[in-house]
Design a protein around this ligand. Structure first.
Ligand code: TRP
Length: 352
């Protein structure tokens, strides 16, 4: 029997090149060899973006981007998290076995809690706790944010997934998922949930840098190339990317901003092209204008066809309805089975 792979992306905006190389392109490779489920985490989006005006269009964007990137609804199950209400019920049940202490110690919670409260990144844990308890402001950390890891664990466990391709920032959530699975199994003396592992395809995890000179591409960093960017926008962004003042002496180490552009090139350009610019840096003949033009050209070759498909798919309501209905049916069937097992194990039974 094929192993089950599952992953999801939060519905909070458009997908960028980092998502494409870090996640989507891997999903596409996995769908042939694994029993695969890829979903859009709209309930998770509510923990930070509870805006009814944009939620549905954010879901639609990611759905179109999944399909445009090559996830095939006949090979993989593609679904929207909120279309599987069994997830919400198991979330309640699993929470009975999750400690608020372990949730409060989760790195992503501390980060986002600080952001929601508008307090310093390095604020002491006690500060967050006091703020959480305090009611003298309209800033609060919602309980959904605290239990984010429970919901994510449920996404995974309800489908009995074995492999979960996620980035480094999600590793701690996966560790918690394993702990919750073990805990449930051992508390009830059952062997219900497999312990899922991360999965990055054997090759080292790709880190896709942003255009602002340091760090990785990220929605909140404002340094992204989006799959949906049109030609003009994309060229402008690349031409404005941060570089340095140029190499001062032959063979000096490549500065971070330039290295980031070369890393993007490695993802999108031919190896000879990358080598050409590395050599040009080493012998001090590099011209950043040329490098950027070439880079923009090569990125466009990847993203423009995807962009066109995204636009087509977004206009095809019948397709979107068909894919999500079929996905929801498959995902629910499996989820309902697991939920029935959990209810039985926990002693929830009916009189009728
Ligand atoms: N927390 C993930 C992220 O922000 C999204 C997610 C939700 C997820 N549920 C999941 C990823 C289950 C993998 C499996 O990227």
């Amino acid at each position: 029997m094929k192993e089950t792979v599952l992953s999801g992306i939060r519905a909070t905006g458009n997908l960028h090149l980092g998502n494409y190389y870090g996640a989507l392109s891997k999903f596409v490779r996995m769908q042939d060899d694994y029993d695969s489920l890829f979903f859009i985490a709209d309930l998770h989006a509510l923990t930070t973006h509870p805006d009814p005006k944009t939620l549905h269009s954010n879901v639609k964007n990611i759905l179109a981007e999944y399909l445009a990137a090559g996830i095939d609804p006949d090979k993989a199950t593609i679904f929207v998290q909120s279309d599987v209400p069994e997830v919400s019920e198991l979330y309640l049940l699993l929470n009975m076995h999750v400690g608020i202490g372990e949730l409060m110690r989760t790195a992503s919670f501390k980060d986002k809690a600080r952001k929601q409260l508008g307090i310093k990144v390095d604020a002491a844990e006690g500060d967050i706790e006091r703020e959480i308890i305090g009611t003298n402001s309209n800033k609060r950390v919602n309980a959904g944010l605290l239990t984010y890891p429970t919901l994510m664990a449920v996404d995974i466990l309800i489908q009995k997934a074995h492999k979960v391709p996620v980035g480094k920032d999600q590793e701690q959530h996966l560790e918690l998922t394993r702990r919750f699975a073990r805990r449930f199994n051992s508390y009830y003396g059952v062997d219900l949930f497999p312990e899922p592992e991360n999965f990055n395809f054997g090759d080292h995890a790709v880190k896709v840098p942003g255009l602002d000179g340091s760090g990785k591409m990220g929605k909140s960093e404002g340094n992204c190339i989006y799959l949906i960017d049109d030609e003009k926008t994309l060229r402008k962004k690349v031409m404005r990317a941060v570089t340095d003042e140029g190499p001062k002496e032959p063979n000096q180490p490549v500065s971070e901003p330039v290295n980031n552009l070369l890393t993007l090139m490695e993802l999108t350009s031919a190896p000879e092209v990358v080598q050409h610019y590395r050599d040009a840096y080493a012998n001090c003949s590099i011209r950043y204008g040329d490098l950027k033009k070439q880079l923009a050209e090569d990125i466009l070759k990847v993203t423009l066809p995807i962009r066109e498909r995204i636009l087509d798919i977004q206009n095809d309501d019948a397709l979107l309805a068909r894919v999500t209905r079929q996905g929801a049916e498959r995902a629910r069937e499996r989820a309902a089975k697991t939920l029935a097992e959990v209810r039985e194990i926990m002693g929830i039974r009916k009189f009728y």
